[in-house]
Design a binder for this molecule. Structure first.
Ligand SMILES: Cc1cc2nc3c(=O)[nH]c(=O)nc-3n(C[C@H](O)[C@H](O)[C@H](O)COP(=O)(O)OP(=O)(O)OC[C@H]3O[C@@H](n4cnc5c(N)ncnc54)[C@H](O)[C@@H]3O)c2cc1C
Length: 479
């Protein structure tokens, strides 16, 4: 729960501090990207997805003086990302002192925002960041930096064109318009590189009897009911807690493993060397890190676990895979190896799959970009079909060609969605990693924009006089 805002929040003073800090750090402040030959309306960069990562890349480009950057986000204004939509935990899982969207500007950190809003003492008392506070911070950051973020703009297609530009189809208020861009970043979150996994057995049920943990669920409708959840990831715990807090009679988590995993190597990975340089590791090592993470899964954070287990009606059912689901009078029968279970409503806590072919907006892209399975063959014992489907991105987060020469645009299309994690790091878009991953992608974009204009830049260099001194002064000086 957030504290009561300070009666005299210091956000105006913070705004002035931010302006001053950005002015102190503004060198070199000359806009430098040349307008596209195809017209001034062509964006230098279109960012698809205005969550914490897309917004951070936009801010990074602003600091590198790249103009013509627009962020399109499908969610309504103020609701980018999962925080106030389907995330149901009370507080963030990552530590409170993380830095990220600030990109190294102290006055733009979450801490500066929190202290200005609630007072310095509140920061000392804070254990972890609440979801509403994190969303409020992201919204504040967006506003105070003046980024061009367009909410309720869903990108339905990204297509490379013969002239080297990308064409984006963008839906807004029931109409579709076209936008052209020289570079594109896909910052579309966990589902942006695939889809929710709903095991086929759920399709045996009418839609009113089941949901996925990422769906909008009306928990008040579950008051007095028994809820069964398949899977024991953190989101399953969050959904169980949300159901019980809304008055559900029972919420049971069923999972295949004999016990919950205990260790969370993702927290171990939070050190600068790993976060900064994971993308430079050899392919085999990156594969091994990610395979281990996928194989062992991760436990829920302790507060998430406690919130659930301390509520009457909560139950963990380890070693309880679901074999089949059938509608029965007023609910669902779940077949398990230990016999049937009965629930009024069931939830699939079965996560998200990486599979570019399932993204309609990437239909023109997916067949032409390399996947890890195209580029890397692990030792037979370490093969993993899940990882083989991840896109093979370069060190700047740009796609690479499946067939050399067939997709020359690939290096101008960047991604940091779930599928980027094998290439860029297991937590590449999480707020603990933004400070390393966003500058990588920003540098890939500025590199592309600069190098693609290299001839014109050189011609301009040769045509300029570059006078430092006035000619008359020089001719009479020293005589
Ligand atoms: C329950 C839960 C708890 C989590 N806890 C943490 C945590 O504590 N710390 C942490 O660092 N991470 C946490 N995460 C992971 C978190 O989702 C990511 O770290 C973070 O949201 C990634 O930011 P992002 O900008 O990459 O993606 P997102 O925040 O998911 O934003 C993606 C945005 O892209 C938009 N979008 C998608 N497709 C399109 C399209 N075609 N056109 C236009 N817009 C589109 C979406 O509307 C969305 O706003 C949690 C996730 C969940 C689900």
């Amino acid at each position: 729960m957030s504290p009561t805002p300070s009666p005299d929040p210091d956000l105006d003073a913070l705004r002035a501090r931010i302006r001053h800090d950005l002015a102190c750090l503004s060198y070199p402040d000359k806009p430098w990207v040349r307008p596209s030959a195809a017209g001034p309306e062509v964006l230098n960069c279109a960012i698809v997805g205005g969550g914490q990562f897309g917004q951070s890349v936009a801010f990074g480009l602003q600091r590198e003086r790249v103009n013509g950057v627009v962020v399109f986000d499908a969610n309504p204004a103020g609701l980018a990302g999962p925080w106030l939509t389907f995330a149901r935990m009370i507080m963030l899982r990552t530590p409170k002192d993380l830095t990220g969207p600030d990109l190294g500007v102290g006055s733009l950190t979450f801490r500066a925002f929190y202290e200005a809003r609630y007072g310095a003492g509140a920061w000392e008392r804070l254990f972890r960041i609440s979801r509403p506070d994190w969303q409020a911070y992201l919204n504040w950051h967006r506003e105070v930096t003046g980024l061009d973020v367009r909410p309720a703009h869903a990108v339905t297609a990204v297509s490379p064109r013969a002239d080297g530009l990308f064409e984006l189809q963008v839906q807004h208020e029931g109409r579709t318009h076209r936008s052209l861009a020289r570079t594109v970043v896909l910052a579309t979150g966990a589902e942006g590189s695939g889809a929710r996994v709903v095991p086929p057995m759920f399709r045996e049920l009418p839609p009113s009897l089941y949901a996925h943990t990422n769906d909008a669920i009306d928990f008040t409708a579950l008051a007095g009911k028994r809820v069964g959840i398949l899977g024991a990831g953190a989101s399953s715990f969050d959904n169980a807690s949300a159901a019980l807090e809304a008055g559900a009679a029972a919420a049971e988590l069923c999972f295949r493993r004999p016990a919950l995993p205990l260790s969370n190597p993702r927290r171990w990975m939070e050190f600068a060397g790993f976060l900064a340089h994971y993308p430079e590791l050899p392919d085999l090592q990156r594969w091994r890190y990610m395979k281990r993470l996928l194989d062992i899964s991760q436990p829920p954070p302790e507060p998430t676990f406690r919130r659930a287990v301390e509520m009457p009606g909560f139950k963990l059912r380890p070693a309880t895979p679901w074999l089949a689901l059938r509608p029965q009078a007023g609910g669902v029968q779940v077949d398990t190896p230990e016999g049937p279970l009965s629930y009024d409503f069931v939830i699939a806590g079965t996560g998200i799959v990486v599979d570019l072919a399932q993204r309609p907006e990437l239909a023109a892209i997916a067949p032409h970009v390399a996947l890890w399975g195209d580029r890397f063959e692990p030792p037979a014992a370490e093969a993993d079909a899940r990882l083989a489907r991840f896109p093979y991105l370069d060190a700047h987060g740009a796609f690479t060609e499946k067939t050399p020469g067939a997709a020359p645009w690939a290096g101008r299309l960047f991604a940091n969605f779930r599928g980027a994690t094998l290439s860029l790091g297991p937590s590449a878009a999480s707020n603990s990693n933004i400070r390393y991953t966003a500058p990588r992608i920003v540098s890939g974009i500025t590199r592309q924009l600069f190098l693609s204009d290299a001839d014109a830049v050189y011609d301009e260099f040769m045509a300029q006089q570059h006078h430092e001194l006035a000619a008359q002064e020089v001719s009479g000086a020293g005589g």
